[in-house]
Design a protein around this ligand. Sequence first.
Ligand code: SF4
Length: 356
Amino acid sequence: MPDSVSEFLRLRQDADDALLLSLLADEPRDDTALFAAADAVRRHWYGDAVYLRGLIEFTNYCKNDCYYCGIRHGNRNAQRYRLTTDEILACAAEGYRLGYRTFVLQGGEDPYFTDERICEIVSALHRGYPDCAVTLSVGEKTRESYQAFFDAGARRYLLRHETADEAHYRQLHPDPMSLENRKRCLFDLREIGYQVGSGFMIGSPGQTPETLLADFRFLQELRPQMIGVGPYLTHPDTPFAGQPSGDLKRGLRIVAMLRLLFPNALIPATTAFGTVAPNGRELALRAGANVVMPNLSPVRVRKLYSLYENKICTGEEAAECRGCLERRIEAAGYRAVTAVGDAAAVPAAECPVTTA
Ligand code: SF4
């Protein structure tokens, strides 16, 4: 029987269930060949570019109670904040001055930020910075809301599905949240014309190789332009307090698998990788990731947007944060790029999975 890694590399943009399951198994293995192949694919499509996105975490209020999340509604220890429109625009102005050309507005599902308020903010950013992309990450909404945000100028939307397995979804989320609605949101976003980002935690409680396989198959169905993954990190003020966090090596292997299956995807080296290991983001870049999202939020609120414990980059100023990241990216063998940076178009013949 051929070695599973070499078989995966031979097939590249797809693999059968047995092969994927063998790679998703929680077993030690040498991933050197997998990482090298993933790096070659990312260099083919994106060269050495690593896209920087300016992240503005504008509210940590949330009406939901996801069991894994540090800013869940039920966490009475969370110190809540909301940025004003002026504060958000000031973050964007500073980001623009530093060269960022993508702004990611991220927040909990905060009822204070009605569709009207979000549209006002998106419109102001779109008017003020027509050469920039506005990305939203504000959770599950109706199709009408998504359309309104799009009409206001938002062009990208991040919404991780977290797990595509129904039983696992129920382990991670209370009623009335549902996997069905999460999927509905993602397909609505895609149909409206957004560049869509989805993804999942690696090592979340209850996750198995089979649920991870379901995640890969769901992503093949959705065909998102962006895929965000990172190790699950436990938070003491959640029902999962004390559960083990996700494993770095397994996370890196999954990044490499995603790069090989979705060659043109924008894949962030997430803060979760940098939290689980000091050089975690650099390792994720070498495994095929090609985006980082420095924090543009005011320093006073950064620690408060605490989805998990010991989150990194909560103290640096935006400019310092950018300089530090650029040096790290260069040291890893890549080049930081502030351009808008859309997903590369892959010709159909070269990408049977993402264009099917
Ligand atoms: S994961 Fe998102 S939706 Fe769930 S509680 Fe946290 S901020 Fe809210």
